[in-house]
Design a protein around this ligand. Structure first.
Ligand code: BGC
Length: 938
């Protein structure tokens, strides 16, 4: 057993458990699962060669040391054997059908070509095996929504054929869905396989977690965090999803099960919260306490079956319709049991506050505009194992309307639209009707000036260091007073990607990004993606986590917190203060490409999961950035589309998870979105970032933009408008290449001079940033206080060498110049090119690479290249999709006295190379000759 603090084996064990608990069993006819020991398995589906550990884009770029897929996990399990003949057929086929990664950013296909499975092949396999396991895989991600087409949301013809033939030939068929979020499920009725499981994208331990469930080592306790409806058109958001100009949330608060349970129960194939187990449970509410501000339930869960297992108890409320209208069900609480032995019981306690069951009045129809209210009428609570099976356990009568919290109008729409609202028809059922969504009556971005803090009088450098503020020797205001206008403009500019000032290959550097800021004792703090693990484009290894959907489906907040303790420790070890995750946008529609990074269609599940992750990371002083704040529910046109939603839907659905995370876990880093909402880019929405986040929720921390985001008003914004961003108190613009050179050519100096941006506004952001950094490990390391853990971790050796195909030989002859044969260089994702450089003349050399981004890439594509000399990282370059012209990167290779290895590591596809050459800049032959001679004499 290793005695390391960062014990990757323990990390892996928790991750494996989390995957297993997140897996959702939808069907298990005749108890086909768990598989009997000794079963001979016919494994179908090409995903046996390419288990998807995560989706694509920034949220999936973790260089895992290994990824164990389902096939490897089954092969390693001595209880099972694989049908060797079938395996050999697949092994042969895959040689001619290798994984297609697409070219460049956001172009990896959603699915990989499937091997045709004829009925003969299926029969042949059925003759020699006991059970068929069929794998179906899908990916999607940033900049690439899913689509309602074959190979994405729908199965391909080859997959249909495979299922048809395998289910016809085998009695027992288990289908495993290795997907980021839910897909079309109509095929289950058609082919009727014995068992179906969502195994999600489980990170590097994914296959092991899946086999734990197949074998019965772990009894499935995952429950859906999204509703599976019959057709994509059945989702209330589909009609407006994917718009290019507007993304109108016409369905209002009726997202996911809130819609289906109210209006369209018959459209549901698998309800929200659903999932099967190998055992059975009874759920008996035993007590109900109704207090002034909260309601508490005690629920006794008994394992009534014959094997151990865990159960999730869910509490839903049904509120009066009143003048506002409300969904038939809303999740207000949940809890998961420990592993219960047959016959064992556990009593769970679930507390629900009045605030949770209140509704927001954005029109004033209740007489209380901009308030959370408890409507007059009956509040009923339903408890059970999913939204459909929850039964009425208690209700209370609210005698008269009560204001729970009075707020003020914020973020109301500027575009008129109709929103969904229930009406009750003659049969007493709900029907969809529409009403005008109330539009904005006040532009508080314009009014923000009234709330401005007074400017702190600038004093120039008084020698106060940030450490003095930390030690209580000076106030933060005295410290901030020292910052010049240049300091103030620079501190709000984050640098990246892959800034040399922080851990190589990371997303961003912020804080002491200039000499002047550094001199004042502000260190440079590091952040990087998230959420699926630590992204380091240098090729450094990190642990690949199960995806957001998978973790949420486990409904086990303690387990998530424990998993994120490990993540926190790994961040700390890599000197990363902030993970750019969790992603916590609402699964408004199954077609959103980034759903894999997010948790659920429900805000409570979302908020609780994000909070658990943050609590986990906080144990080690690092944190996560909750993103994307807010309404990032589609990738199509993500930096141009305006999201139009009612204030009620914004508050009750899209912001609620963030609110929970801020209030319950003390979240203190937030990333705004690329998009705009109701008139403003979120980066520049004073309502969102200051009035709601900071003033209403009490957020103390930093807010950063998404990478190269725009600022300003919808449609008029651009990414140089940093003044608008700072005015909203979005503290840091991510990212520019050089803060001091203002490489982004932002308008800060200009607007400061014009008086349209006040110094006080910049000082407020600077204060937020400094306060934040003071609490981070980077600061502890600088002042050498509270950094014992870092010292211990630094002593733990790394084992993160990258593999490579071959060594490319480069000899530099007398003329001192040599070109690398480009045919030898691989630029595809995760390519590590090792070039052995030898030369006739010792001295200083220069490496030149002429590169550009692939011509078809989207502007926001990120294509990093890391250049190492032996083990030293010399330079990291990240081209974006905008870098479509050839540019030459120069890297000095100083003091080359003996052969060395040059390493070129490409973390993503899409970089084009015209030439790579090394040339002598200064001969130091004589100098080295004498030096070596002297060394020889000694
Ligand atoms: C994504 C963010 C990510 C950032 C840095 C953006 O393209 O939207 O989620 O954190 O890049 O990689």
């Amino acid at each position: 057993m290793s005695s390391k603090i960062f014990d990757v084996e323990k990390f892996a064990a928790v991750a494996r458990r989390a995957v297993a608990e997140g897996i959702v069993l939808l069907k298990n006819d005749d108890g086909v699962l768990p598989l009997e020991a000794g079963s001979k398995i016919a494994l179908f589906g090409r995903s046996q060669f390419n288990y998807y550990k995560s989706g694509t884009g920034s949220g999936g770029m973790v260089n895992a040391k290994y990824v164990i897929g389902v096939r490897e996990a089954l092969e390693a399990d001595e209880r099972f054997t694989l049908d060797e003949e079938l395996k050999a057929i697949y092994d042969e086929w895959i040689k001619d059908n290798p994984f297609d990664a697409g070219i460049g950013w956001a172009s990896e296909p959603w699915f990989q070509k499937e091997m045709p499975v004829t009925s003969e092949l299926a029969k042949q396999a059925a003759d020699s095996s006991d059970v068929a396991v069929v794998l179906i895989g899908r990916t999607a991600g940033e900049d690439q929504d899913n689509s309602n087409s074959q190979g994405s949301y729908l199965l391909t013809d080859d997959e249909h054929e495979m299922l048809k033939n395998v289910t016809a030939a085998f009695e027992k068929v288990v289908v495993l869905l290795n997907v980021g979020n839910i897909i079309d499920m109509k095929w289950v009725e058609k082919y009727n396989p014995s068992a179906v499981l969502y195994i999600w994208q489980g990170g590097q331990e994914g296959g092991l977690g899946a086999v734990d469930v197949l074998s019965g080592d772990v009894n499935p306790s995952g429950r859906l965090t999204d509703t599976v409806a019959r057709d994509i058109e059945d989702y209330s958001s589909t009609a407006n999803f994917g718009g290019n100009k507007y993304n109108i949330q016409q369905e209002d608060i009726y997202v996911g099960y809130r819609y289906f349970e109210t209006f369209a129960k018959d459209k549901v194939l698998y309800p929200f919260g659903f999932g099967l187990s190998y055992t059975s449970f009874s759920i008996v509410p035993t007590a109900f306490y109704y207090g002034v501000e909260e309601t508490e339930f005690e629920v006794q869960v008994t394992n009534t079956g014959s094997v151990k297992g865990q159960q999730v108890v869910q509490v839903y409320v049904s509120k009066p319709q009143g003048a506002l209208g409300n969904p038939a069900r809303e999740l207000v609480g949940f809890a998961k049991t420990k592993e219960l032995q047959p016959g064992e019981q556990e009593t769970l306690s679930i507390v629900i506050t009045n605030y949770q069951i209140s509704s927001y009045d954005d029109s004033g129809v209740t007489g209380h505009k901009s308030a959370y209210v408890l409507l007059e009428g009956e509040y009923s609570f339903y408890i059970g194992e999913n939204v459909r099976e929850a039964t009425l356990v208690a209700s209370f009568e609210q005698e008269e309307l009560e204001v729970v919290e009075q707020l003020s109008e914020a973020m109301a729409p500027v575009v008129e639209f109709e929103r969904m609202k229930p009406i009750v028809n003659g049969a007493g059922e709900f029907e969809v009707s529409y009403e005008k969504a109330p539009v904005s009556t006040v532009d508080s971005n314009e009014l923000r000036v009234e709330a401005l803090k007074p400017e702190i009088k600038q004093t120039g450098d008084k020698g106060i260091k940030l450490a003095d503020v930390d030690a209580g020797k000076a106030s933060m205001d005295d410290f901030i007073a020292q910052l010049s206008d240049e300091d103030l403009c620079c501190i709000v500019r984050g640098e990246g990607m892959s800034s040399p000032k922080v851990t190589p290959g990371c997303g961003g550097a912020y804080g002491g990004v200039t000499d002047s800021l550094l001199e004042k004792g502000i260190p440079v703090s590091c952040c990087t993606d998230g959420p699926s693990g630590i992204r380091m484009d240098s090729g450094k290894r990190a642990f690949a986590m199960p995806n957001g959907t998978c973790l949420a489906c486990a409904w086990n907040l303690d387990l998530t917190e424990e998993l994120y303790n490990w993540e926190g420790l790994e961040l700390r070890k890599n000197k990363v203060d902030v993970l750019l995750g969790p992603g916590m946008n609402i699964h408004r529609n199954p077609l959103n490409g980034r759903n894999f990074e997010y948790f659920s269609e429900d805000p409570l599940v979302t908020g609780k999961n994000a909070a658990a992750q943050l609590k986990g990371m906080h144990k080690y002083g690092v944190t996560g950035t909750i993103k994307h704040f807010a309404l990032n529910t589609q990738e199509t046109g993500r930096h141009t589309v305006e999201h139009v939603a009612s204030e009620r839907a914004i508050r009750e659905i899209y912001l609620k998870g963030f609110e929970i995370t801020v209030k319950e876990a003390g979240a203190h880093a937030v990333m705004t979105t690329y998009g705009s909402v109701n008139g403003y880019y979120t980066s520049s929405s004073y309502d969102l970032v200051t009035r709601i986040l900071r003033n209403e929720w009490g957020f103390k921390g930093i807010v950063m933009t998404d990478w190269w985001a725009k600022g300003g008003r919808s449609y008029k914004g651009n990414n140089a408008d940093m003044a608008s961003i700072v005015r909203a108190q979005n503290d840091i613009y991510m990212v520019t290449s050089s803060a001091i050179d203002n490489t982004n050519k932002d308008n800060l100096e200009e607007e400061l001079a014009a008086g349209t941006l006040s110094r006080a506004e910049l000082q407020t952001c600077a204060r937020n940033i400094c306060q934040f950094i003071m609490g981070k490990p980077v600061f502890a390391r600088l002042i050498e206080k509270g950094n014992e853990l870092d010292l211990q971790l630094a002593e733990e050796a790394d084992d993160d060498e990258l593999e490579f195909d071959k060594i490319i030989d480069l000899r530099i002859d007398e003329d001192g110049v040599a070109e690398v044969d480009l045919a030898e260089i691989k630029t595809s994702r995760n390519s590590n090119n090792i070039i052995s450089v030898s030369f006739k003349e010792r001295g200083d050399y220069k490496l030149e690479l002429t590169v550009r981004a692939g011509q078809n890439l989207s502007d926001l594509a990120q294509i990093p290249l890391s250049i190492f000399k032996d083990k030293d990282l010399l330079k990291m370059v990240t081209l974006t999709g905008e870098d479509k012209d050839w540019q030459t990167i120069e890297v000095p290779l100083i003091g080359c006295a003996m052969t060395f290895f040059l390493k070129l590591y490409f973390a993503q596809d899409g970089m084009e190379i015209k030439n790579i050459r090394i040339s002598l800049t200064k001969s130091r032959e004589e100098e080295f000759r004498m030096l070596f001679a002297r060394m020889g004499e000694e």
